[in-house]
Design a protein around this ligand. Structure first.
Ligand SMILES: C[S@@+](CC[C@H](N)C(=O)[O-])C[C@H]1O[C@@H](n2cnc3c(N)ncnc32)[C@H](O)[C@@H]1O
Length: 200
């Protein structure tokens, strides 16, 4: 559901200036992250994607000039967004949380996002955490976790990181730091509770 509060620390440490969310629903994450950027007085722009007209309309109604709302299936909307709006020097965080329908877009979303070459940070909500009793999602007998995506990401990450502190719904997020060394990531994450999961 709503983004893990530890993501705020990543936004600060990696000086994120572009935040993309797939799956708006009631806008909880949108409101929280917008609030973080404002509180931190950071230069930012957010992109909110949902296939539901209703949820998009509600987000547009807020009239926030720092938020662009895109209606459509998240994989296609991400493609459009990346070509038009993300510049090579942007520092991007992408929060993948679009699901609920028959079609689970996670793998197709990742295929789009993997085209980015500016070391984006990708958060996948409701992620399965090894050795912990946190809740996670399962679609069509596939758990939302490393096993389901490792063939796509194996050349771009050494390990998957997972916040080792769940949110209020006892859920947490997997984190993909694309194209960074483990040493670099560990230095940046000092003091943040994470689990590192091997791909094999
Ligand atoms: C779990 S909710 C998102 C919760 C929200 N991120 C939050 O933190 O409050 C899932 C959302 O994904 C949207 N959704 C489902 N399938 C989608 C797709 N293929 N493309 C875009 N949005 C989708 C649903 O309309 C719903 O709003």
């Amino acid at each position: 559901m709503a983004i893990n509060p530890l993501a705020k620390e990543l936004i600060i440490r990696f000086n994120i200036n572009r935040f993309i969310e797939t799956g708006i629903w009631k806008g909880d994450t949108m409101t929280i992250v917008d609030g973080w950027f404002k509180e931190l007085k950071m230069d930012y722009f957010m992109f909110e994607i949902d296939s539901s007209e209703e949820y998009c309309k509600n987000a547009v109604k807020l009239g926030n000039p720092n938020i662009l709302v895109l209606q459509g299936s998240s994989d296609m909307a991400l493609r459009q967004l990346m070509w038009r709006w993300i510049l090579p020097w942007d520092r991007v965080m992408i929060y993948l949380d679009a699901h609920w329908e028959e079609y689970w877009p996670l793998r197709d979303e990742l295929k789009q996002v993997l085209d980015l070459k500016n070391k984006p940070i990708i958060l996948i909500d409701d992620y399965k955490t090894p050795g912990r009793a946190y809740g996670y999602d399962t679609y069509h007998w596939n758990d939302c976790g490393t096993e389901y995506i490792k063939d796509l990401i194996k050349d771009r990450v050494e390990k998957v990181y997972i916040f080792d502190k769940p949110n209020k719904d006892n859920r947490t997020s997997g984190i993909l730091f694309l194209d960074r060394t483990e040493e670099e990531i560990d230095k940046m994450l000092e003091g943040i509770p994470v689990i590192k999961e091997e791909l094999y």
